[in-house]
Ligand binder design. Structure first.
Ligand code: AMP
Ligand code: MG
Length: 488
């Protein structure tokens, strides 16, 4: 039996809507003809003070589809702009999403409760406002894996099947995802505020963002510049973490780049199989703009767009504002490199006082060897711990140029790597593309067992468990070039 609600859901606040009404259109979710809970993250529900039993009830499902909300809540579609693949749209916004409101979690942190796939809004343009079950389960699964890897991310509380059919290339079951984030403020939110030409709106948005995410900036002499620097730091650290585990976001548009530094919008995302910086999975990314190896540059480009939006608040004199912003943006590279080097040192099992430049150079040499062999990134790094323990067999299986590898291993082992520490940072289980496809195909056909099994596996990515060998194995050779679709 479930415990009585820690808190009634009636405490959903409407702070974004109250502080930034110009960017919030009051709206409701579309009726779901036959709402059915498909998956619920009970740990997250508990963290939010929401009772899992209540969420499963008809009232809970109405909240999770946005069709009935607690008294006092003001669900809104949020306005934002964005550069998509480099082209600017001044008015994107939540075309199929709703911010239900803010909750205070068990740690006293304010979190957004938001829905995706809840029906058309005034921002829908040509879209149907809906989402298909497969892509929503993908977001649930991959965001849970990213969280388990210790990487900042928006979370998925639940996926509810609506009983509605969604027309894509074929007819698919529809669903709504309930997403939890420290906020849904994006670079595109600032671009929207700037494009309105209303300096007061831009100032209020800046204050709202500082208060929610980067309170240290409140005391700064130049608050807007301090906010910008905090976002640069958060994004540099985030993207370094993606790179270290081989995560490819796939659609790093400015509307998918958060102010908090959390990963958001799991569309055409994937984890690398063979290590190759040129890897692109998204079917619509023809130019490779968001290829794995371009992600740091893409993040920096997006941050430049944030700086442009903030310029009037950075300094009255535009030339001076640009100078200050350029200097702060220049910090991205060093911050990224520092975060990446520290992570690479840990992946190689080297002590914390190892010279970061040495650790980075060693890791890059290894990556060159892996790339030449198209070796599986996750398996190769996991096999390194075996090599540290004296058994190079598992590592040799992934690499063609064994001589080059052994030369590298000899120099690395002289630094006395700690294999147990490596097993705590090099995952054994990631949501591998062939397993994700298998699970989502079965779920769309009504069989949730493979999805639930894979979810269970990726929730504990570092602990080896017997019987899960196939979840740790690289993709079969006939899996071929993987493609994911934004057609969500
Ligand atoms: P995304 O690629 O998911 O980040 O979405 C980019 C923009 O397209 C956002 O403004 C979304 O709200 C909108 N959008 C995506 N899919 C749909 C849909 N099926 N119906 C309405 N709007 C959508
Ligand atoms: Mg988006």
């Amino acid at each position: 039996m479930s415990v009585a609600p820690a808190r009634p859901v009636a405490v959903l606040g409407g702070r974004f809507a109250a502080e930034l009404p110009e960017m919030a259109v009051p709206w409701r979710g579309e009726q779901a003809p036959d709402a059915r809970l498909v998956v619920l993250d009970e740990d997250l529900a508990a963290e939010l003070g929401l009772d899992a039993g209540w969420l499963r009830s008809p009232d809970g499902l109405q909240l999770l589809t946005g069709t009935a909300v607690p008294a006092g809540a003001t669900p809104v579609a949020q306005a934002y702009a964005g550069h998509q693949f480099g082209g600017f749209s001044p008015r994107l916004g939540d075309g199929r999403a709703l911010l239900l409101g803010e909750l205070t979690d068990a740690h006293g942190h304010v979190r957004d409760l938001h829905l995706k796939g809840s029906g058309r809004t005034p921002f829908a343009r040509g879209g149907d406002g809906l989402a298909a079950l497969g892509p929503m389960l993908r977001e649930h699964l991959v965001s849970r894996a990213v969280h388990a890897l210790g990487i900042p991310t928006t979370r998925s509380l639940a996926v509810v099947a609506t009983g509605r059919t969604v027309r894509r290339e074929e007819l698919l079951p529809g669903a709504v995802l309930a997403r939890v984030a420290s906020s849904h403020l994006r670079v595109g939110s600032f671009q929207y505020a700037r494009a309105t030409g209303d300096p007061d709106l831009l100032r209020r948005l800046t204050d709202h963002a500082i208060s929610r995410h980067h309170p240290g900036a409140a005391a700064a002499e130049n608050r807007a510049l301090a906010l910008f620097e905090a976002v640069v730091a958060a994004q540099a650290s985030l993207v370094a973490r993606w790179m270290l585990v081989g995560f490819v976001h796939g659609v790093m548009n400015t509307d998918n780049t958060t102010i908090s530094g959390e990963t958001i919008d799991y569309g055409p995302c994937a984890f690398l199989d063979a290590y190759d910086p040129a890897t692109v999975y998204s079917s619509i990314d023809h130019g490779g703009r968001y290829a794995y190896g371009n992600q740091p540059a893409a993040a920096q480009w997006n941050l430049a767009r944030l700086a442009e939006a903030l310029l009037p608040l950075i300094h009255d004199d535009e030339e001076r504002a640009v100078e200050l912003a350029v200097a702060s943006l220049g910090g991205f590279r060093d911050r990224y490199q520092a975060a990446w080097s520290a992570g690479a040192r840990a992946k190689l099992g080297l002590p914390a006082d190892t010279d970061p430049a040495l650790a980075a150079a060693l890791a890059e040499e290894l990556l060159d060897v892996l790339q030449a062999s198209r070796a599986d990134l996750t398996s190769s790094f996991r096999a390194l711990a075996d090599a540290a323990r004296g058994d190079t067999g598992p590592l040799h299986r992934h690499v063609l140029d064994v001589d080059a590898l052994d030369d590298w291993v000899g120099r690395w082992r002289a630094l006395e790597p700690d294999p147990d520490a490596m097993d705590r940072v090099n995952p054994l289980y990631t949501p591998r593309n062939h397993l994700v496809e298998e699970a989502l195909t079965a779920a769309t056909d009504g069989d949730l067992a493979p999805f639930e099994q894979l979810l269970d596996v990726v929730r504990a990515p570092f602990d080896e468990r017997p019987g899960l060998e196939r979840y740790a194995a690289p993709a079969p050779p006939d899996f071929g070039a993987y493609r994911t679709f934004c057609g969500t």
